[in-house]
Design a binder for this molecule. Structure first.
Ligand code: ADP
Ligand code: MG
Length: 266
């Protein structure tokens, strides 16, 4: 029997089912279906402009906020449609957090207030007595506690880029999401900070389902269990060419276009 920490996931995780997306009349995603199993890291790879960020925003109901944007298909979290009319936007936001390419802590806000900021935005209540413990736990999970525990009142802007990104991860984790979406979270970071953030991802992946967009093939190999290769041929909407277990996709891709892309021939 597998040890407890390697037990198979008991929930479905996120499922995208025939998702298409438009900006105005322009279709940018065409019937994208992808299972993103609970407790695993799924990497979305592919050239710029093929719809990876759009797909990520659809998973978090941010796409619907863009004027003129439209959507078809279904997204389910643990089997439940996140776009169901009875599901509130804040519920989706609470269960599905997001971290962006450019670290975006609130610069004037203290480190600890930054950690707690997501709670306000999602309407999550935490008693005053529990706040300190939540700040510590979230910063620990993001691998930042030891570096900031003596300076929690300093502004978020006092931190380095890599620390700011981990602060943003802590801010997301404080809401206790089931899923964390990460859009090129290391693209703005130096190699050392990148490795620290990768370690954080690997660490939290046991408890949180992670979907990460990355242009770094080594990173996709290092952090992800599964991979999906997006591609948009000239003038056509983005599709998934191939998806599967990361190692298989890198070592033995089925589609020649995948082989070319993962080997840098693009
Ligand atoms: P990727 O993240 O893979 O680089 P995006 O999802 O950002 O791709 O973009 C997919 C396509 O949608 C691109 O052609 C882009 O120009 C277009 N697009 C993205 N955001 C918008 C927007 N807000 N309005 C109009 N078109 C957009
Ligand atoms: Mg993008």
């Amino acid at each position: 029997m597998a040890p407890a920490d390697q037990a198979p996931p008991t929930t479905h995780g996120l499922e995208a089912d025939a998702v298409s997306a438009w900006f105005g009349r322009r279709k940018v995603l065409d019937r994208v279906s992808l299972d993103m199993p609970a407790g695993q890291v799924t990497a979305l790879i592919g050239p710029s402009g093929c719809g990876k960020s759009t797909f990520l925003r659809i998973l978090n109901r941010m796409h619907e906020l863009v004027p003129g944007a439209a959507l078809a298909g279904e997204v389910r979290l643990d089997g439940v449609d996140i776009y169901h009319p009875e599901r509130r936007l804040t519920d989706a936001r609470k269960s599905i957090g997001m971290v962006f390419q450019k670290p975006n802590p609130f610069p004037a806000m203290s480190i600890e207030d930054n950690v707690l900021a997501g709670l306000k935005l999602t309407g999550t209540r935490v008693s005053r007595g529990d706040r300190d413990a939540l700040v510590e736990e979230s910063l620990r999970r993001a691998g930042l506690w030891d570096e900031v525990k003596d300076r929690l009142k300093q502004p978020g802007s006092a931190l380095s880029g890599g620390q700011q990104q981990r602060l943003c991860i802590a801010r997301s984790l404080a809401v206790r999401p089931e899923v964390l979406l990460m859009d090129e979270p290391c693209s703005a970071l130096d190699p050392t900070s990148t490795r620290v953030v990768e370690d954080t991802i690997t660490e939290i992946a046991r408890e949180v389902t992670i979907i990460i967009v990355t242009h770094n093939m080594q990173q996709a190999r290092r952090v992800s269990d599964r991979c999906a290769f997006f591609l948009a041929a000239q003038g056509t909407p983005g599709v998934i060419v191939e998806h599967g277990e990361t190692q298989a996709m890198f070592d033995d891709p089925i589609d020649q276009r995948t082989a070319d892309y993962v080997n840098g021939r693009f």
